[in-house]
Design a protein around this ligand. Structure first.
Ligand SMILES: [Fe+2]
Length: 380
């Protein structure tokens, strides 16, 4: 028996941001947590206007950090409590949505401590389950990658370690996908986040938790990225829109089928480069490793056929060529060899313990992961 679900109601299309007004009509006090760029591009003001037109009071916190720490959440909570909203809106990239999910947890359940509900290892379960939370969350992504607008997870750092909060309680009630927002992304953000979508699709299609329903979402996302990401990076409006929707489709796929070792490896190498870029670098090596599973090899070949090829081996070549076309650098061009080798053992140990390894089609050893990091570094 397997499950597939989606909690989030998705609102799609040019100008769909105005749906904020319809939602806000049912609430009295609405707090918007926003990135600075969404204020600069005028979307924060637009959202606040919609809330006021709906007759609700509105307050905003802007300038949320790109790599959120739990300390950032601790800082935000008193400001959120002082306004006491009955609706939260996250307006920005994946980090803004993740931080707002965490704010929701500790605003609605102040008795909880971070240590009780967060975890970073598949071998240690959190002490407490996140209880029923009351404040609804509207997620409005401005980048096209993380899938946080539909996912049940929030990733936050504490003392340099990335922790996960995972619960359907933090999956947003609404996701508004207005393509005007991702059109503001700089080229490198469009590329890196789009590559993350590709890896979400490929990993979600090949875990040990897939269903025909998650497969459908994953395949559509993969095909969209291969077809449209190069144009999207250049700023083509239609391409930006297509990749934006693909990001959410991939989010729906991994919300259900989860992700695999490529994400475990890039999470633990997060100090080196942006998440999507690391995923793109590690992906061909992870596919090659996972091909020892008949199941994974068959699924990779299915992906290859969907994009006009035949075998898992060809998919590796397609991914490598795609990376090259988009200017993805070799790992040895972005991090110094001595520093990388110094950190290698620790990264491999931590990636081995990462919760997503449990969903990878092949259980690796610490040594396997170390070898994959090494191969990726020397581009072997
Ligand atoms: Fe990702």
């Amino acid at each position: 028996m397997k499950f597939f679900g989606l909690k989030t109601r998705i609102i799609i299309g040019e100008g769909s941001l105005r749906y904020v007004q319809s939602i806000a009509r049912n609430y009295e006090r609405v707090m918007v947590l926003s990135s600075k760029s969404m204020r600069i591009h005028g979307f924060l003001n637009e959202v606040m206007d919609y809330v006021e037109e709906a007759g609700a009071e509105v307050d905003a916190i802007e300038g949320l950090p790109a790599e959120p720490d739990y300390e950032d959440v601790e800082e935000l909570i008193p400001r959120v409590k002082a306004f006491s909203p009955d609706l939260l809106i996250a307006l920005g990239g994946g980090s803004v949505i993740d931080i707002t999910k965490a704010v929701k947890v500790f605003y609605d359940a102040p008795e909880l401590s971070f240590e009780e509900v967060a975890f970073f290892s598949r071998f240690t379960k959190p002490v407490k389950v996140i209880p029923k939370l009351k404040t609804p969350l509207v997620a409005i992504p401005s980048t096209s990658g993380a899938g946080s607008e539909v996912s049940a997870a929030s990733v936050l750092r504490k003392d340099g370690v990335k922790y996960n909060l995972v619960s359907y309680e933090i999956a947003p009630e609404y996701a508004i996908l207005d393509p005007r927002l991702p059109r503001t992304m700089p080229e490198d953000v469009a590329r890196n986040s789009g590559l993350d979508v590709l890896v979400h699709g490929i990993e979600a299609y090949t875990t040990n938790a897939t269903t025909p329903f998650s497969d459908a979402m994953a395949i559509k996302a993969i095909k969209t990225v291969f077809k449209w990401l190069p144009l999207s990076v250049k700023g083509d409006e239609k391409a930006r829109e297509n990749v934006h929707y693909a990001a959410t489709m991939a989010g729906i796929a991994f919300l259900n089928a989860r992700l695999g070792m490529c994400h475990s490896m890039s999470h633990k190498a997060a100090w080196i480069a942006p998440h999507g870029l690391l995923n793109a670098i590690f992906l061909p090596y992870v596919i090659e490793f996972n091909m020892k599973s008949e199941y994974a090899r068959k699924k990779y070949a299915e992906i290859a056929r969907e994009v006009g090829f035949n075998t898992a081996e060809e998919l590796i070549e397609v991914v490598k060529e795609f990376n090259e076309m988009l200017g993805v650098p070799a790992l040895n061009k972005v991090v110094n060899e001595d520093i990388f080798l110094l950190k290698l053992d620790e990264m491999a140990d931590m990636a081995y313990a990462d919760p997503l390894i449990s969903f990878n089609p092949v259980e690796p050893s610490v040594g396997d992961i170390k070898e994959l990091y090494r191969k990726a570094y020397y581009a072997e």
